[in-house]
Design a protein around this ligand. Structure first.
Ligand code: UFG
Length: 324
């Protein structure tokens, strides 16, 4: 059984991926500093507590096991906060990964699965964003991720480190077991905030920006279920281990939904008619981000299986029965 180091696995997307790794016959070992993650989310898995940006901690974990690959989920992700506090984002998301990669190489680990983001593209120049779309991120978060992707290209050429960079569009929903789910503090993500509002845990909902160049004036996003993303990781890892080539995939459903449409759908599914107010645009938000995931379909056989309704239903189920 291959050991896979999964950094940040106590978080949202990592915790869903770890379960699918184990189901796929891998042995995931978790490294998480629990600054944002939840120990309950990875109950039963081998767990090391520590910070991946701490070289001594990394050395300790890399000496303990023989790893076939590293998967890296631990990142600061809030676009708005990255505009106000870019130093934290470049330190953790970029400089931290440089430490990680050089330490991996010192241990001769040359397979890396990286959580990248649709935010590397910036304002789209086409309706659907494929892997050849130009990368002009409009916020520090997107830049912090793009810098790592550039670093990975150079590390492949110079050191033979092969990577899969997975550009997530909007991860959402929760596992149907009800055991794990989305839990950020504070919660900033659209669907998670909406179901919290429907459950009476937020005092009304605010739409950020109604003057975007979209049909209803609100931003358009591509929502992809967290378990569909998790499956893409396992498929990409298998390909990375079997073939010696770096991979880049845009992972989304290919369907755009506006913020106003998502608000209405959450109200319909939950049966809760909560108060909605409008506020100015949030800093760093592109008007529209929708994926063309043809490459992932062709090369990995990957296709999302959850539509917006099912995503919201699983988010609502989690919100009303959450464990952490
Ligand atoms: N929004 C609101 N009100 C809220 C929360 C969000 O109107 O209370 C709006 C945002 O302004 C944005 C849209 O809903 O227009 C989606 O916002 P999210 O915060 O849910 O997601 P983002 O698109 O900003 O970012 C997410 C991840 C990023 C990732 C990106 C890729 O947080 O890490 O998706 O599309 F890069």
């Amino acid at each position: 059984m291959k050991n896979i180091l999964v950094i940040g696995a106590a978080g949202y997307i990592g915790s869903h991926t770890v379960r699918q790794l184990a189901a796929g016959g891998y042995h995931p070992v978790i490294l998480d500093n629990l600054s944002k993650g939840h120990k309950e989310a990875v109950a039963g898995f081998d767990f090391e507590q520590g910070d991946f940006t701490d070289k001594a901690c990394l050395e300790r974990v890399l000496q303990k096991y023989d790893f076939a690959a590293v998967m890296h989920f631990a990142a600061c992700t809030e676009v708005d906060r990255s505009v106000k506090d870019p130093a934290t984002f470049y330190q953790n998301n970029t400089a931290g990964v440089l430490t990680l990669l050089t330490t991996m190489l010192a241990h001769n680990i040359k397979r890396f699965v990286f959580s990248s983001s649709a935010a590397i593209f910036g304002e789209p120049q086409a309706d659907l964003i494929n892997e050849n779309h130009p990368t002009h991120p409009i916020n520090p978060y997107g830049r912090s991720k793009l810098m790592v992707e550039k670093m990975l290209e150079d590390f492949d050429l110079a050191y033979g480190l092969k990577s899969a960079a997975l550009r997530y569009f909007n991860a959402s929903g929760s596992d149907e077991s009800g055991e794990i789910g989305e839990s950020h503090s504070p919660e900033t993500h659209l669907i998670a905030r909406l179901v919290q509002t429907a459950a009476g845990k937020q005092n009304g909902f605010t739409v950020f920006g109604t003057d975007y160049p979209t049909p209803d004036g609100t931003c358009i996003r591509d929502f992809v279920h967290v378990n569909d993303l998790a499956r893409a990781h396992v498929l990409a890892l298998a390909k990375l281990l079997n073939e010696s080539a770096s991979l880049r995939f845009n992972l989304g459903s290919g369907n755009g939904h506006s913020v106003a449409e998502v608000v209405a759908t959450v109200q319909k599914i939950t049966g809760q008619d909560f108060k909605v107010t409008h506020a100015p645009r949030r800093a760093g938000d592109p008007a529209r981000l929708v994926a063309d995931s043809t490459r992932a379909k062709e090369m990995l056989g990957w296709q999302p299986t959850y539509d917006l309704t099912r995503i919201i239903q699983t988010a609502w189920q989690w919100e009303t029965h959450r464990k952490y």
